[in-house]
Design a protein around this ligand. Structure first.
Ligand code: MSP
Length: 667
């Protein structure tokens, strides 16, 4: 039986600016989902490339004193060269100046023209050279282009038009019938609102050669070139050798696009109606992500706030960059970039949680079993619980990742990572070793190692090099194609007796750059340089993230804690969405709090004596977000809301001074 197929594309990038974090993010994401699909057993294809026609390119080339062809050759090569450095393995890199693409665009135009959906007419409109499109009066903001905030030029000329308006009702119905055609939902709603807002106008799809020559000639009128968007969108099928290509037949039925919200309209409105007019099936999903912000503004060359992805990769390593990018942006929402956030994420999730787990378990296996995987004995209740948790966490990961909810998927996998660290502490293999309980020790160690193998397999799409290292340390091959689903069903993938690495130090802790370090961090550094993770991880004795803090003598007399203990706290800004009295306890309130995650968190808090629930709705609060989930009087609570004061003198909520993004880190 032939495999299911999967096709994903990035936007093809304009070559009038150098690649930055925003472009790198979309490409990394496309690579991660393609690798994931392969590991889920699908025959997968990733497409990326460069968009090389249009006014902007001509203007950029003129500025640099070179021809458009020279400019596009140079910058396209730069975009292409970036990809392997980001670990991106594409199947095709398309350029809109490729002969094959040009010929496909002409066939496409001819087809739509022959159908009667392209006509010649006169048009006057407000043209923005930055966007390369006309704006209607209504679309302008105070007379300015909403994207570039510059005054457009009024142009009136004869041109060819695509009868886009003819397909408005069809498109609306199609989007209504296919709820996940455009996702996340907020962008679907945006497109539906746009379609409802008034008649969709016809689309001007040509530029007279007297004004612009750098484009693809219309096959039915050599005096005009094709509008750059009409040309560019066709790349998604020309790359598959449409119309007759085998790849088109094979991959197009499962095509998905990834874009940021800046180019929603061309992808959600122009492209499906163009496909419909040409008699081609619509793509399957349009996946829309938000912007990477730097200093709270969309990254852009003109604002001078662009982040160079290569510098990040060089400084922090490829996999740390990829993990951060996928984890930090909740798909669909904007995300702020800061190096501090990247370092904190690396230290908390990778060094403390995952790295520490590998380091502890492998050095214990080396010490207790001579570096060979032990055979498990009889599984106890704890091991059965861990196996169930592993299956759930992998199932959630697979579903969420496949639906582009990368951050939530990684969180689901980390539930397992964190549970394993706790399991090490509770099972205390070093005590079993001392007590010579070899069979039980083997069961505990096998449970850990088998879970680690599963975790590493699931991390291959996100951190290809580190996950490969983890698998190698566990004596495993590194697959490209796989069937990850089978990992939910079995718990015997690791063969007893296989040779394991004797130590592991994949994610060393990073220090905050001095300029960004907090005073506490500086004091910490001055007092005691940070230890390497391997040094902490003496076999069996390692300080885990779950190590118990020293007992406080009293509320006022708490012992000093290490800065690293403080760093374990994940404090976040949350917005209270719902608040109600706990049905079974007078002192408790039950909340739903938005922490910028896919789902609001349920939190139960003992503050009912001090607040009326209805007064708290909409308030911003500070939440301890990484407490283990706990059922409190029958209601699951995942976190704690911070307050100041005490029961006697009254409580007040801690809240940020200025309104902050839900999920913003508190440090
Ligand atoms: N050439 C068109 C796309 C044609 S597709 C048929 C174009 N090019 S672009 O170079 O401007 O790329 C836009 C895309 O780059 C965004 O949709 C997104 O994928 C990525 N990003 C550019 N800046 C970004 C951010 N600041 N944040 C996130 N992604 C961003 O539009």
């Amino acid at each position: 039986m032939s495999k299911d197929t999967f096709f994903v594309s990035t936007p093809i990038y304009y070559v009038n600016a150098r690649p930055h974090l925003g472009h790198a993010y979309t490409s990394t994401l496309a690579d991660a989902i393609t690798r994931f699909s392969r590991l889920m057993g699908k025959d997968s294809f990733m497409l990326t490339g460069t968009d090389e026609h249009g006014d902007k390119i001509v203007q950029s080339a003129e500025k640099q004193g070179i021809t458009p062809q020279q400019l596009t050759d140079n910058v396209s090569a730069e975009f292409k060269a970036l990809l392997p450095k980001l670990g991106v393995r594409y199947n095709k890199f398309i350029r809109t100046t490729d002969a094959g693409h040009k010929s496909a665009v002409q066939k496409f135009l001819q087809k739509v023209y022959d159908k009667g959906d392209i006509y010649f007419g006169e048009y006057g409109g407000h043209y923005c050279y930055g966007c390369e499109r006309f704006y209607t009066e209504k679309e302008l903001e105070n007379g300015l282009c909403p994207q570039h905030q510059v005054a457009p030029t009024f142009i009136s000329e004869k041109n060819y038009f695509f009868r886009m308006s003819k397909y408005q009702d069809w498109l609306k119905q199609y989007i209504l019938d296919n709820p996940d055609y455009i996702r996340p939902e907020r962008y679907r709603n945006e497109v539906l609102a746009l379609l409802d807002s008034g008649a969709l106008e016809d689309l001007c799809i040509s530029r007279p050669k007297t004004r612009l020559e750098w484009g693809i000639e219309l096959p039915f009128d050599r005096n005009f070139v094709c509008y750059v968007w009409f040309d560019a969108l066709v790349n998604y099928i020309s790359a598959l050798d449409w119309p007759a290509g085998e790849n088109f037949a094979r991959y197009w039925p499962n095509a998905q696009h990834i874009i940021a919200k800046d180019i929603l309209k061309p992808h959600a409105v122009f492209w499906p109606t163009m496909l419909k007019a040409a008699g081609i099936e619509p793509y399957r999903h349009l996946n829309v992500h938000g912007y990477w912000l730097a200093r709270n503004t969309k990254m852009s060359k003109s604002l001078g706030n662009v982040v160079d992805p290569l510098k990040l990769v060089e400084t922090y390593g490829l996999d740390v960059f990829r993990y951060f990018a996928l984890h930090e942006m909740h798909f669909g929402s904007d995300a702020s970039f800061s190096e501090e956030a990247l370092i904190t994420r690396q230290n908390a999730d990778l060094a403390n949680d995952l790295g520490n787990l590998f380091s502890r378990v492998l050095s214990m296996a080396s010490k207790y079993f001579g570096g060979l995987a032990p055979a498990p004995g009889q599984y106890g209740d704890e091991e059965k619980r861990i196996q169930e948790l592993a299956a759930n966490s992998m199932r959630n990961f697979q579903t969420l990742f496949g639906n582009f909810r990368f951050s939530a998927a990684l969180e689901a996998l980390w539930e397992l990572v964190r549970a394993l660290n706790k399991y090490v502490d509770a099972a205390a293999p070093w005590t079993l070793f001392k007590q010579e309980k070899t069979e039980q020790l083997g069961t505990v160690m096998y449970t850990l190692l088998e879970c680690q193998r599963k975790i590493a397999l699931h991390l291959l799409p996100v951190m290809p090099d580190s996950a490969a290292k983890m698998l190698e340390q566990l004596g495993q091959p590194v697959p490209d194609d796989y069937n990850l689903q089978c990992e939910l069903e079995s718990f015997n993938g690791l063969k007893p007796g296989i040779a394991l690495a004797s130590s592991s130090n994949i994610f060393p802790r990073l220090e905050l750059p001095v300029a960004e370090a907090k005073p506490d961090a500086k004091a910490e550094k001055a007092a005691k340089p940070m230890q390497g993770q391997a040094a902490q991880a003496q076999a069996g004795q390692a300080q885990s993230a779950q190590a118990k803090p020293a007992q406080a003598q009293s509320e006022q007399d708490k012992p000093l804690i290490e800065f690293s203990d403080f760093q374990k706290l994940d404090l976040r800004v949350g917005v209270i969405l719902e608040a109600s009295k706990h049905p079974d306890a007078d002192k408790l309130l039950a909340f739903k709090v938005d922490l910028g995650e896919a789902e609001p968190r349920g939190i139960v808090s003992g503050i009912a004596m001090h607040f009326k629930p209805e007064e708290l709705v909409g308030k911003q609060v500070i939440v301890v977000a990484n407490l283990p989930p706990r059922k409190i009087r029958g209601i699951m609570s995942k976190g704690m809301i911070l307050t100041a004061g005490d029961d006697e003198n009254g409580l007040t909520l801690l809240t940020p001074l200025a309104e902050s993004r839900p999920g913003a880190m508190v440090s």
